[in-house]
Design a protein around this ligand. Sequence first.
Ligand SMILES: [Zn+2]
Length: 181
Amino acid sequence: MNKIKCSICEEFDESGDEFFTIAGKPACTGCWEDARESASTLVKFNPDGEIEEFYFDQDFGDFEGGDLPEPIKAVKWVNTDGWRGYTNYEIVPGFEEIADGWVTGWPDETTKEKAELGDYYEQLKSGDLIPPVALYWVFGRTSNLFSTASSIYVRTDDKDKLAAWLEEVNGGLDEFSKKFN
Ligand SMILES: [Zn+2]
C-alpha cells in the first residue's frame, strides 16, 4: 500500500492514486479534485482561427504534468472579505491585460453591456470574429457561484494591432474594456 503525505493539505492518502504538483511534490486525491473543480480556464483565440482551451491551477499547472499556460505566471486567490474573494493572475513580462471584470452567469438581453461582451465571446468562439493577434481570455473562480472573474490579455507588441481591429469591429479598445464594468 502506497501511503503518501500530501504536500498541500499534509494529510495522508492511502488511496493508491498518485498525483504530483508542478513542483514534483506528492498530492492527495482530495486536493487534486478540489483543484480540478476550482481550476481556471484560458481560451486562446489565434489569428489563424484556431481556438485552444487550457484548464489550470497554481499547484497542478495544466493538470497534465505541464506548467501554467502562457501568459500566466501565477494564480492567486484574493480575499476581499472573510471567505469572499476572487482569482487573480500574475502574468509574464511582454503581455498585458487589456480588460478585466466580472461576468455574471450568462449574459442576457437585460444587461446590454454584458450581452455585448458575451456577443464578442460567442462570435470569437464560433469563428465569426477572428482576431488579428492572439487573444488570451481567462476565466477564474470567485466566491460567488454565479459570478466569474474574467480577464483578457495580449502581447504588448500586439496591442496596437488589436486596438485598430476593435475600432473596426465596434468602438475600439476603450469601449471594449468598458463592457466589463
Ligand atoms: Zn491534500
